[in-house]
Design a protein around this ligand. Structure first.
Ligand code: ADP
Ligand code: MG
Length: 232
């Protein structure tokens, strides 16, 4: 077990309401470096809201969010935005590729936003295509990709800047189960190779099986499930 303070990402007693709707009612969650943490629970329980708080997208009404030991919920939007750009990666349910860009331009986007030179960013982006079984798809636009291909492109885009934390919200939710397994295998392999910490939101038990640890969210509160697998 880790000592307090060893956590890479941490939420303590987080409360957040959308108007009259309470989404989080004192949620606690934390992940150590290098672990895949699954966040499970029924639809509407607060999983996405908790993920968005951990990632500095939403600021809670009360409670504390820490990244690498430091509060982030007290920082400005500009500081949180820079943190997201430089140290976090994101994958969402429907990949959310930019339709006007090719697959390789989509993957290169985080590097370009961080002001890398275009040629270098595209070369780095291309190096992910082979790793994720996407060879030959570099020039396609999102409308010319299958759901599983698009989600692997989204995974490459999330990993290309070598984030310390990958936040994934129902990343296989739009895929059939076999395609979903393939995407998860690639995610698990890539993060193991890179030492990435992953916070993986899902309502599917088979997805949670990829995690080292699982936390269940119900009615805006998070409870750890003691099914710990050691971090490889
Ligand atoms: P989950 O991801 O577990 O399905 P969410 O975190 O999306 O749950 O939602 C938690 C609660 O907050 C739900 O009652 C949901 O309807 C509400 N909620 C989430 N996002 C918003 C929003 N932008 N505006 C209003 N209510 C929201
Ligand atoms: Mg959700």
């Amino acid at each position: 077990m880790s000592q307090e303070g060893d956590f890479l990402v941490e939420a303590r007693d987080v409360v957040l309401s959308f108007g009259q709707t309470p989404a989080l009612r004192g949620a606690d969650i934390s992940a150590v470096r290098g672990e895949i943490l699954a966040v499970t629970g029924p639809s509407g329980s607060g999983k996405s809201t908790l993920l968005h708080c951990l990632a500095g997208i939403l600021v809670p009404d009360s409670g504390e969010i820490r990244f690498d030991g430091r509060r982030i919920d007290t920082r400005s939007e500009a500081e949180r935005s820079a943190l997201r750009r430089d140290r976090f990666g994101f994958v969402f349910q429907f990949g959310q590729l930019v339709p006007e860009l090719t697959a390789e331009e989509n993957v290169a986007l985080p590097l370009l936003l961080a002001k890398s030179r275009r040629a270098g960013a595209l070369a780095e982006a291309r190096s992910w295509f082979g790793r994720l079984g996407l060879d030959g798809l570099e020039g396609r636009r999102s409308g010319e990709l299958s759901g599983g291909q698009a989600q692997r492109v989204a995974l490459a885009r999330a990993l290309v800047s070598r984030p310390e934390v990958l936040f994934a919200d129902e990343p296989t939710g739009s895929l059939d189960s076999l395609t979903g397994e393939h995407v998860l295998d690639l995610l698990a392999t890539s993060v193991r190779e890179e030492g990435t910490t992953v916070v993986l939101v899902t309502h599917e038990p088979r997805v949670a099986a990829y995690a080292h640890r699982e936390v269940v969210v119900r009615d805006g509160k998070a409870t750890p499930l003691y099914l710990e697998r050691p971090v490889a």
